[in-house]
Ligand binder design. Structure first.
Ligand code: PEP
Ligand code: MG
Length: 558
């Protein structure tokens, strides 16, 4: 009999969804042992260090170019930051001082300075700054390798494996052989680290902060990374293995469809374009956004940031999330909707009055306009993050022109305030959701006030048909193809176009394959759907001849 092996389960933070199953390879950095030796000629030692720094700068240039090609400008920027760190006056001065004053070798001075700076970053309050400790270690390792006449260490991977490491430096992540690395799992690391951002962009399941104890006993064993819920299984039992193999199989099938449609434009047979964007609720969904080739994010439901916490998220917390999303999406558009708390999305610490009919109560923009301090914190975070990518801000539950004017006034105040404080911010587009009948009916007036519309068919349907979207007993009365809804969408699109702005749909109806042709015929500019729906809709778009379809449409709803 074989001894029973016991499955081990670790929990970490998921950087990227998806499932990986394979052999584990533990990556222990060949910790460079640095000896402290006395030198006589400190000037020559300083010159030796400067030469190594020049080599390291050249290597970083090459890495930047490689990352630029593979993961885009926003993600490649980390190597520019490394170059800046390397050129940093304090860092250089510390190394040269140690050589000079202690009369020691350059290797020792670099290692010592690297440790000191990394410790300093690691002890900082701010998550983002703490994440920089790994970057300082990375550049110090690079300098040491250059001093010792070696190339900086690369992870050598001979077969498809799950890499398990203490931590990974951005340069190590970018050099991973993507065809052989199934996933990576780190003991430390934060979701904000550039390594995490790179992993999201490369698109492999990855977990950070698993806290597992790194020893060779797991090397070579079977592992499963479940990026959907942040679990790492070592030596999974049969039941777990077969369950996750099945889930992985489903993923692969989807990927196959993806491969044939990936990179294709969403263009009909007769040449009409439509944007296919993704809806997300948090950063974890980014993996699916990229895997499914979304043209951008059409709806980031920011209220989930509030719902996942016990207290108001700070400006800083929100800023980091929005910035990560914007950076990960690079040049692609990211529409972030301001908080839509209320109705079915209740959040205890908002301490809202109990309402008879919360769906028609104080929700979304109504909270923001009555409690501007909450709104302003979110707007500050959004404006700041908009300096890092192509963010657009979208306001939910609009019914009147005065609301939009008031919002714009507050937004302008916030921007001015940031400018006055010398804080960088972009100039994001500002748009509104059309999800109340009132907004749809006056969409001609509203279109003159904003940069874009996005039709929220979930709420629009409930308010138009007077059918509570939460009440399953009303299913038979909830006709999502009701002529009133379709006519209303068409009117909104027409009004948007007359005013020269775009109109998209971000409610669930946008993903209804039975209506894709109708939306194309109406001239809808963008459909924002859950990531998994993008490719099936792309398929329909590619197979549609809109002018042909228009010869015989609307019969059922006009
Ligand atoms: C909608 O109402 O259609 C919408 C997209 O918003 P939510 O579903 O978050 O209310
Ligand atoms: Mg809604």
């Amino acid at each position: 009999m074989f001894p029973e092996v016991e499955m081990k389960i670790y929990k970490g933070k998921s950087v990227f969804g998806g499932i990986a199953i394979g052999k584990i390879q533990v990556y222990g950095k060949g910790e460079k042992r640095v000896k402290r030796t006395k030198v006589e000629d400190t000037e020559a030692e300083i010159l030796r260090y400067r030469q190594a720094a020049r080599e390291a700068m050249d290597q970083l240039k090459v890495l930047y170019e490689k990352a630029l090609q593979e993961v885009g400008e926003a993600n490649a920027a980390i190597f520019e930051i490394h170059r800046m760190m390397l050129e940093d006056g304090d860092y250089q001065e510390s190394i040269e001082n140690i050589i000079h004053i202690q009369e020691v070798n350059a290797e020792y001075a670099v290692a010592q300075t690297g440790d000191n700076f990394a410790q300093m970053f690691a002890s900082m309050e701010d998550d983002y700054m703490r994440g920089r400790a790994a970057d300082v270690r990375d550049i110090s390792e690079r300098l040491l390798a250059a001093l010792q006449g070696e190339e900086a260490e690369k992870i050598s991977v001979r077969e498809p494996v799950i890499i398990v490491a203490e931590d990974l430096a951005p340069s190590e992540t970018v050099q991973l052989d993507k065809d052989r690395v199934l996933s990576f799992v780190t003991v430390h690391g934060s979701l904000n680290s550039h390594t995490a951002i790179l992993a999201r962009t490369i698109g492999i399941p990855a977990l950070v902060g698993t806290g597992l104890s790194l020893d060779d006993t797991i090397d070579g064993k079977t592992g499963i990374v479940d990026g959907t819920d942040g679990t790492f299984y070592v030596e999974p039992d049969e039941e777990t293995l077969s369950r996750l193999q099945k889930a992985r199989q489903e993923e692969l099938l989807k990927k196959e469809l993806f491969q044939t449609l990936k990179g294709k434009e969403n263009i009909t047979l007769d040449g009409q374009n439509i944007l296919l964007y993704a809806n997300i609720g948090n950063m974890k969904d980014l993996a699916a956004v990229l895997q499914n080739d979304a043209g951008g994010i059409g709806l980031f439901r920011s209220e989930f940031i509030y719902l996942e916490r016990d207290d108001f998220p700070s400006e800083e917390e929100q800023f980091k999330i929005y910035r990560t999303v914007a950076e990960t999406m690079g040049k692609k558009r990211v529409v972030i909707r301001t908080l839509d708390i209320g109705a079915d999305k209740q959040c205890g610490y908002f301490k809202m009055e109990k309402e008879e009919n919360p769906a028609m109560g104080c929700r979304a923009i109504r909270i923001c306009l009555t409690r501007p301090e909450i709104f302003k914190t979110q707007l500050r975070a959004l404006f700041r993050a908009s300096a890092f990518g192509k963010i657009a801000i979208m306001y939910p539950m609009i019914t009147s022109v005065w609301e939009v004017r008031k919002i714009k006034e507050i937004a302008e105040e916030v921007r001015e305030e940031l400018k006055g404080q010398g804080i960088a911010c972009g100039k994001p587009e500002q748009g509104i959701m059309i999800e109340t009948p009132a907004a749809a009916i006056i969409s001609d007036q509203l279109a003159r006030e904003v940069d874009f519309f996005s039709i929220g068919t979930n709420d629009l349907t409930q308010y138009l048909l007077a059918v509570d979207r939460q009440n399953r007993a009303l299913d038979e009365f909830c006709d999502t193809h009701h002529p009133a809804i379709l006519r209303m969408i068409e009117t909104v699109v027409e009004n948007a176009h007359r005013a020269g702005i775009r109109a998209g749909i971000c409610g669930e109806l946008g993903a209804d394959p039975e209506l894709t042709r109708d939306f194309l015929a109406m001239g809808v500019d963008e459909l924002s759907v859950s990531p998994g729906r993008i490719l099936p809709i792309r398929k329909i778009v590619l197979e549609t001849d809109v002018s042909e379809y228009k010869k015989d449409w609307r019969k059922s709803w006009k």
